[in-house]
Design a protein around this ligand. Structure first.
Ligand code: G4P
Length: 530
């Protein structure tokens, strides 16, 4: 990633990141501790409590609870030691990877949480690969050190081997499981001692002069101290030392060892993001690269969330501010439609509540409530035509027909489906023959989630059924040729929520035939989001 020179101080102090992990590694707990230390919540347990409250409002969340997955993503901001942190939440389950991938286009760094006993798990690996595609700097937090964990060298080796990234220990655990005492802070020559009595209490920090400091013996039992000395000596010989540049370029990850539930290692991790960065980064657009320090405001929508408040049927578009200093009420241009848009009630998401955002800087994430104008990939600028690139669109791999069990509700079903299509939760196709709809998703679980949401949010019970189609291709080409193709292949033709023409089939042979017979027409498996 390119480092940006001399940013305005307000932008330079922003840190926008996501947490990636395999379910159960401790992402929620770590998030909660961040918010606690960032003053966004008063008491640990509120994030979960808020989850429970939400669940009573919507059974969609019940699905989340039943399956032990998290599907509702949001962004939260908090301040800590002079830095403004914007934490973008990523849904954890692999079937929601579309959403997760898009979320990762809105951040500048990621924290990878791994369970000290389990090491690198499947979902961690997948998410890591996405981060790598974007060269995102990654900070690693090895969690649950208060439990029996793997040997420290083994964990580091596994990350290095599995993910092909250099791992530099910036802290070193002392003991583990029941004998876990704390960690040695290699960056500051400090001893951090975990308080087992109070889970929300931050570790006591003891400055020492190095491994020979006699003070060490006052805090660490002799056996563990001997082991620590031995291990650190080996680590210094065998493992790389932290190199900020390599980290910023995505080649090296610093690793902290801690216990999120015991608030141990969390502040050091926060300090690490603050100190090492990165700052808000340059974002690429088709026309040019946009630097965060530019005066004019620009941003792009990376997520649309509908029905956050079921009473109001509002949609919130989450916007990553790319550059400039935005103030509430500002008129921005909605690039796709070329229409001006007065942004009068942007929201910032703090853990307990949303609140009006009076201002935002490059790097921030704001939510803009709207009635459907803002879509994933849309750019907002002060007049310049920009198309930010890199927001992935996925080819739907599974297609099913959807029907309202009550035929009288067909019209409402259309509305619900269009809404989910705009949210990016699924692809929706209306075949030119017949009255039903075909829904395309990337993971099978998405059908369950959609059925559940359609019933809860719109009161329409639905059934998903197999269809004869297995592939969807967006049709592009000269108008007359496309028209000819459409007229001759009516049984294959459908339109998506934007009215764009989509060719549905079960046979690769059909696709090859069309490409051959209609030279100049392209059939593509994905549709550009922007
Ligand atoms: P996730 O969001 O990544 O899925 O994980 P989450 O934070 O929900 O944590 C998963 C489980 O691991 C939780 O236990 C949580 O309390 C526990 N946990 C998190 N950090 C630590 C840690 O540092 N040490 C230990 N020993 N456990 C930790 P649970 O029983 O599933 O939930 P709960 O009943 O405790 O809420």
């Amino acid at each position: 990633m390119t480092q940006t020179a001399a940013l305005p101080a307000e932008i330079a102090r922003r840190r926008t990141f996501a947490i990636i992990s395999h379910p159960d590694a401790g992402k929620t707990t770590l998030t909660e501790k961040f918010l606690l230390f960032g003053g966004a919540i008063q008491m640990a347990g509120q994030v979960r409590a808020k989850g429970e409250a939400r669940r009573t409002r919507s059974d969609f969340m019940k699905l989340e609870q039943d399956r032990g997955i998290s599907v509702s993503a949001s962004a939260m901001s908090f301040e800590y030691k002079g830095f403004r942190y914007n934490l973008v939440d990523t849904p954890g389950h692999s079937d929601f990877s579309e959403d997760t991938y898009r979320t990762l286009t809105a951040v500048d760094a990621a924290i990878m949480v791994i369970d000290g006993a389990k090491g690198v798990e499947s979902q961690t690996r997948k998410l890591f690969e996405v981060c790598r595609l974007r060269d995102l700097p990654i900070l690693t937090f090895c969690n649950k050190m208060d439990r029996e964990s793997r040997d420290t060298f083994e964990i580091i080796d596994e990350i290095q081997e599995n993910l092909a990234i250099d791992v530099a220990p910036v802290s070193w655990p002392i003991g583990m499981g029941r004998d876990f005492v704390g960690a040695y802070d290699l960056l500051h020559d400090r001893l951090e001692i975990m308080d087992r009595a109070d889970r929300n209490k931050v570790a006591e920090s003891i400055k020492i002069t190095g491994l020979d400091d006699p003070k060490l013996a006052d805090h660490v039992p002799a056996a563990q101290l001997a082991q620590l000395r031995e291990e650190l000596e080996m680590a210094r010989e065998l493992l790389p030392t932290f190199d900020r540049q390599a980290f910023l370029e995505g080649h090296m990850t610093p690793i902290w060892f801690g216990s999120a539930i015991n608030s141990f290692g969390v502040k050091e991790l926060m300090d690490g993001i603050g100190e090492f960065g990165p700052e808000p980064q340059v974002q690429k657009a088709a026309e040019r690269a946009v630097a965060p320090g530019e005066k004019k405001v620009t941003g792009f929508v990376f997520k649309v969330q509908a029905n956050m408040d079921p009473k109001h049927r509002d949609r919130v578009a989450f916007v990553r501010m790319v550059s400039g200093h935005f103030t509430r009420g500002m008129k921005l241009m909605h690039v796709r439609t070329k229409k001006p848009m007065a942004v009068s009630n942007p929201v910032l998401f703090l853990a307990a509540d949303r609140e009006l955002a009076d201002e935002a800087w490059g790097g921030d994430i704001i939510g803009i409530p709207n009635h459907g104008q803002l879509r994933i990939g849309d750019a907002l600028t002060e007049g310049e035509t920009l198309r930010f690139t890199g927001i992935p669109s996925f080819a739907p791999e599974l297609l099913q027909a959807v029907r309202a069990t009550d035929p009288m509700k067909g019209k409402h079903l259309e509305k619900a489906l269009m809404q989910f299509a705009e949210e990016g939760a699924a692809k929706v196709f209306k075949p030119s023959i017949g009255s039903g709809f075909i829904v395309g998703v990337v993971g099978a679980l998405q059908f369950d989630v959609l059925a559940s949401r359609i019933e809860i949010e719109y009161g329409i019970p639905v059934r998903f059924e197999p269809t004869q189609f297995t592939s969807a291709r967006w049709v592009q080409g000269p108008k007359d040729l496309v028209e000819k193709l459409v007229n001759a292949n009516k049984q294959h033709i459908s339109t998506d929520h934007d009215g764009d023409i989509v060719f549905l089939t079960r046979l690769q042979w059909d696709i090859d035939r069309v490409v051959r017979d209609y030279e100049g027409v392209t059939l593509s498996a994905t549709k550009e989001m922007m």
